[in-house]
Design a protein around this ligand. Structure first.
Ligand code: S3P
Length: 173
């Protein structure tokens, strides 16, 4: 049986909250391996996420991310893993991660998040062709989904190092 300390730790949260940056820093700090699911998909398919959405469609991407996350849950332990912000929309992914991993929700308020839109829009197809009101609706819908987690860390007013310290502390890593 896998002990709690050897479980994978999965980072969830809205696009651009810093799942990859924070996940990598936590992994370095506690000497665990880090995996970013989107980066794995991009590397294997030799395509960027916007290219995958454009050429193969969102349904293909969602199926692929589910396959990668299931494989990670079934074949690895003890890693820090960053998921794409839309992965938890899929009930099967939510169930699988909540049962097998420690799910950590990186929260950032809408007021803080919206200042980052310009930096994110080009690489996030989900944000494109949506009005600010529609993006806010998506943010709120996703927030309901991210409510399924084991641990939450607030990132408003905090630099990445402070967030990392909080995570290490809360998880007793
Ligand atoms: C998505 C989030 C992205 C990436 C894809 C779809 C989403 O990941 O998986 O563009 O639906 O929220 P990040 O959360 O790392 O930006």
């Amino acid at each position: 049986m896998v002990t709690v300390s050897k479980k994978n730790i999965v980072l969830i949260g809205f696009m651009g909250v810093g799942k990859t940056t924070i996940g990598q820093l936590v992994a370095n700090k506690v000497n665990r391996a880090f995996i970013d699911i989107d980066q794995e998909i991009e590397k294997d398919l030799q395509m960027t996420i916007p290219e995958i959405f454009k050429q193969k469609g969102e349904a293909f991407f969602r199926k692929t991310e589910k396959d990668y996350i299931f494989k990670m849950c079934e074949q690895t332990t003890g890693k820090i893993i960053s998921l794409g912000g839309g992965a938890f929309q899929q009930e099967e992914i939510r169930k699988k991660c909540l049962e097998n991993c420690i799910v950590l929700f990186l929260d950032l308020s809408w007021e803080h998040w919206k200042k980052r839109i310009d930096l994110l829009i080009e690489t996030r197809p989900i944000l494109q062709h949506r009005s600010l009101a529609e993006i806010k609706q998506l943010y709120n819908d996703r927030k309901t989904i991210y409510a399924s987690h084991h641990i939450k860390v607030d990132t408003d007013h905090q630099n990445p190092e402070a967030v990392v310290d909080q995570i290490v502390d809360k998880l007793n890593l």
